[in-house]
Design a protein around this ligand. Structure first.
Ligand SMILES: [Ca+2]
Length: 488
């Protein structure tokens, strides 16, 4: 805790990393009438008091802060590092048995923490899936349905400079939805955390997601669409992350890092050494390049984990790992995905292992029976930091084993890549209740398709549709889907 005397004001400039949460502001509001709480919860400016009253105020405040911290010895303020893979399907890890891909550093996270092998993202597409991770909301709640809003490009080249400028007007209300939501970064920021956005980010400037620092400027006049400058992280550099962590440690601030590199995402341009390694192992060059990208991503994860370890922060840092959506490499076309993966309702599009690793705090466990969703990340992280989730967040705290085991359903949705309204863009809704999974096509975009029901235990790659032979289960799961957040 630090006070500074500046002009005619006493400024509380810093609350120690274990105290900000317990800061007894409310007890003072009746007494200190001229107390002004500035934007940062760490700064309090008091005007108009004489020197004697100032001294009493500092003494009482200091004593109360000290006693608050002493009364809450278990209050945790872990650093949070969110590691997000981009376009990688759930079996593409060595710890999950892939024939060739080596992911030793992600394997290490899985072995040292809680790893839920049957996790789900909320949508098989980057932007809506990432928005769920940031907000703890399902897609139909945050309303960021696809990657790009539908608009008339007026003949402009897709993703080109003029196209981006035209898109701006239609994308603004979508980005506003992120700004209106309560994000992890918003809530942790209010609790005294500093935060850094790196990598993929579709919602304009990083500040619109509540981050205090970031790489993505989001300006469509300068190439802003899904990360711009942020997309260099991992592929070209990690220094900004190291500097951010160093600064946070020096300032005694707990921190939250969003690491969502463009990895293993296309373009599949791995370092030569990795490409050479996988070429003789893979059936085609396109597949070798994708496999090499998965290991490249893994190497960067190891570099961040090692940095945190070298700084002595591992026991005060919660790593969370998840993928935004799946990917099956088209064997014949580089940088292209095959059917039944990205943008589709199948598990190769939406399933992901989910990991929570906090050395000394979370018992290692390979959980192959529970379900988890990426909407759980917000609730879980906030609980670990002693914060309440926002009211509309849908997740559970997955570190609570009972809550995990009692949860019966996970939901996911997929909308058109270029989207307009919820009704006109909805493609499929999914509900998973082990061992069953129901895929319900929307009648508007898929009038010729019927429900698909799979037994994931017998048939993890969803080849045998059992809807016809089990109409009762279809009816039951359909009823849950239709009652789930049915009113947008
Ligand atoms: Ca993605």
């Amino acid at each position: 805790m630090k006070f500074e005397l500046k002009d005619d004001k006493i400024i509380l400039v810093h609350v120690g990393p274990n105290c900000a949460n317990a800061f007894p502001l409310r007890a003072f509001t009746d007494f200190v009438l001229l107390l002004t709480l500035e934007h940062s919860p760490k700064a309090i400016i008091m005007k108009g008091f004489g020197p004697a009253l100032r001294c009493i105020f500092i003494f009482v405040m200091g004593a109360l802060l000290f006693s608050s911290c002493a009364d809450n010895p278990g209050l945790e303020r872990p650093n949070i590092i969110l590691l997000i893979s981009d376009d990688q399907s759930w079996p593409d890890y060595s710890f999950l048995g892939h024939e060739a891909i080596e992911t030793p550093r992600i394997d290490q996270l899985a072995a040292e923490g809680l790893c839920i092998t049957h996790g789900y993202t909320t949508a098989p597409l980057c932007r809506p899936a990432l928005a769920s991770m940031a907000t703890g909301l399902y897609v139909r709640q945050h309303g960021i349905l696809g990657n790009d809003p539908v608009f008339d490009p007026g003949g402009k080249n897709q993703y080109g400079e003029d196209w981006l400028k035209k898109r701006k007007e239609f994308n603004e209300p979508v980005m506003q939805r992120m700004e209106d939501a309560r994000t992890i970064a918003d809530i942790l920021g209010e609790a005294g955390y500093v935060s850094l956005q790196t990598g993929k980010w579709w919602e304009g400037n990083y500040s619109r997601g509540g981050f205090s620092q970031g790489m993505t400027h989001g300006d469509p006049d300068h190439g802003g669409r899904h990360g711009d400058k942020g997309l260099e992280i991992g592929r070209k550099c990690l220094d900004i992350i190291y500097d951010f962590i160093d600064d946070a440690v020096e300032d005694e601030n707990p921190f939250y890092l969003w690491y969502a590199p463009f990895l293993p995402h296309a373009p599949h341009t791995p370092p030569d050494s990795l490409r050479e390694k996988y070429l003789p192992l893979a059936p085609t060059e396109a597949v070798a390049n994708y496999w090499a990208m998965c290991e490249w991503f893994d190497i960067t994860i190891g570099q961040i984990v090692d940095f945190v370890e070298e700084k002595g922060l591992s026991e005060n840092t919660l790593f969370v790992y998840v993928t935004d959506n799946g990917w099956i490499q088209d064997p014949d076309r580089s940088n292209r995905y095959a059917p039944r993966s990205k943008r589709e309702p199948y598990d190769m599009g939406i399933r992901t292992p989910v990991m929570y690793r906090w050395k000394g705090k979370i018992e290692p466990e390979m959980d192959e029976t529970s379900l988890s969703s990426s909407v759980d990340i917000a609730t879980t992280v906030l609980a670990a930091c002693g914060q309440e989730p926002a009211e509309d967040m849908q997740g559970i705290n997955v570190l609570d084993k009972d809550a995990r085991e009692e949860r019966p359903y996970i939901f996911a949705e997929t909308y058109a890549h270029d989207f307009s309204t919820m009704d006109s863009s909805l493609e499929y809704r999914m509900v998973i209740s082990k061992p069953w999974k129901l895929i319900l096509p929307d009648a508007h975009l898929h009038p010729d398709k019927g429900p698909e029901l799979y037994n994931l235990e017998d048939d993890p790659f969803e080849w045998k549709n059992r809807a016809g032979e089990n109409p009762e289960m279809v009816k039951e799961l359909k009823a849950y889907l239709e009652n789930w957040l049915n009113t947008p």
